[in-house]
Design a protein around this ligand. Structure first.
Ligand code: SF4
Length: 324
C-alpha cells in the first residue's frame, strides 16, 4: 500500500531538489513477526501486566519499546522473571535447556517461535536421530542458531558461514551428512556454501524446500532489483537484525550508496544523491511506522515522488499462539 506522504514544510516546490523514491515490495513485517507481537499483546490482555519476554521478541527496538509501554518486561534470561511469572519466548526459537529451566522455575511459558524456525528444528532433530552429521549454515551467536545448535549434540553439529569453513570441516567426504540453513541467511551466500557441500560430501541430505524463509527470500529479491536501478538504498532496520543486515549486503552488491538505519535520526545525508532515485526497503522486523518516519524526513529535504514496486502480496499467515 503506498504510504501517505505529506510535505510538511510548506516551502515553494522550487526550493528543494526533486528525487524519486522507490518503495520495495514486499518489505517490513513478515507473518512470524506479526505472530510473535500478537502473542505478547494477547498475553497482556489475558494475564495483565507484567508479561516477561525473554530477549527482544523480534529484532527491532521500536517494537520492543511499544510493547514495554503496554506492560511487557524484556529480560535476557529466565532467572530475571519471578517464580510463576508469564513468559513469552521470542520468534527466534530456543534450545530445550530453556524449557527445562522454565519448568523448574514454574513459569507459565508461551512460545512465539516462528513456525518456519520450528520446521528447521524438526529437520535437524530427524537428521540427528538418523545418525547424520549436521552442517548448519548460519551466523555464530545469533539466537536462532543458538536455539538450533542447542538441540544437537556437539559432536554431530558443525556451524559454517562460508565456503572456507566447509573446506575446514573435520569430516570425511563419505560421512552421512545433512545441512540446514538459518532462515534469515543471504540466499546468494547460502547457494555458494551449498554448492561446496554438494561437491565435498557424497552422502548429503538436503531440505525438501529451502530453509531460508519466504520473507527473507522475497525481501532480498526485491532489494536486489531495486539496487540495480536506484542511486542510493535505505534499508530501515536495526544493526542487530540479521534480516536487515543481509538486505543491506545484498543491496551493496549493486549499489554504492547503501545505509542501514533504524529510523530517520540515523539517516546519513552524505549517502544520498542530490537528485535521481532512492530505493527504500525494510527488514521483516521493522514496523511500517519507521519507514514512514524516514519518508517524512526525506520530505523535509526533497520534493519526493513515491512509487511502490509492483509485487504480488504475501499471503503467508500463521495461527496465533494459543494464549490464555
Ligand atoms: S523472517 Fe522468516 S523465519 Fe523469521 S520470523 Fe519472519 S517468516 Fe519467520
Amino acid at each position: 500500500m503506498p504510504p501517505t506522504i505529506a510535505d510538511t514544510t510548506g516551502s515553494p516546490r522550487t526550493e528543494k531538489p526533486h528525487i524519486n523514491v522507490m518503495l520495495a515490495a514486499p518489505r517490513g513485517f513478515c507473518a512470524g513477526v506479526r505472530r510473535a507481537i500478537d502473542a505478547v499483546e494477547d498475553a497482556l490482555s489475558s494475564h495483565g501486566a507484567p508479561v516477561y519476554v525473554r530477549r527482544p521478541i523480534v529484532h527491532n527496538l521500536a517494537v520492543v519499546r511499544s510493547l514495554e509501554s503496554k506492560g511487557a518486561v524484556f529480560i535476557e534470561e529466565l532467572d530475571q522473571a519471578p517464580e510463576g511469572a508469564v513468559v513469552i519466548l521470542s520468534a527466534h526459537g530456543v534450545a530445550p535447556s530453556v524449557w527445562r529451566e522454565a519448568e523448574q522455575r514454574n513459569l507459565q511459558v508461551y512460545d512465539a517461535v516462528c513456525p518456519l524456525v520450528a520446521k528447521v528444528h524438526r529437520e535437524v532433530e530427524r537428521h540427528q536421530r538418523n545418525g547424520r552429521k549436521i552442517i548448519l549454515i548460519g551466523h555464530a551467536g545469533h539466537p536462532e542458531i543458538e536455539g538450533t545448535l542447542g538441540r544437537l549434540s556437539p559432536d554431530s553439529a558443525f556451524l559454517v558461514r562460508d565456503v572456507e569453513d566447509v573446506r575446514r570441516l573435520p569430516l570425511t567426504d563419505d560421512v552421512p551428512a545433512a545441512y540446514a540453513v538459518q532462515t534469515t541467511y543471504s540466499v546468494d551466500d547460502a547457494q555458494m556454501i551449498i554448492a561446496a557441500l554438494r561437491a565435498q560430501f557424497s552422502d548429503l541430505e538436503e531440505p525438501a524446500t529451502s530453509d531460508i524463509c519466504y520473507a527473507t527470500t522475497n525481501r532480498q529479491a526485491a532489494v536486489r532489483t531495486l539496487a540495480r536501478s536506484a542511486d542510493a538504498i535505505i534499508v530501515v532496520g536495526e544493526q542487530f537484525s540479521s534480516n536487515a543486515r543481509r538486505l543491506a549486503e545484498v543491496a551493496a552488491d549493486s549499489c554504492a550508496l547503501v545505509q542501514l538505519v533504524a529510523g530517520a535520526s540515523e539517516l546519513d545525508w552524505a549517502l544520498l544523491p542530490p537528485s535521481g532515485s532512492i530505493g527504500v526497503t525494510a527488514a521483516a522486523s521493522t514496523p511500517e511506522s519507521s519507514v514512514q518516519e524516514v519518508l517524512d524526513a526525506l520530505c523535509e529535504r526533497f520534493h519526493i515522488d513515491v512509487e511502490a514496486m509492483d509485487a504480488s502480496a504475501e499471503t503467508t499467515a500463521f495461527k496465533r499462539v494459543a494464549v490464555g
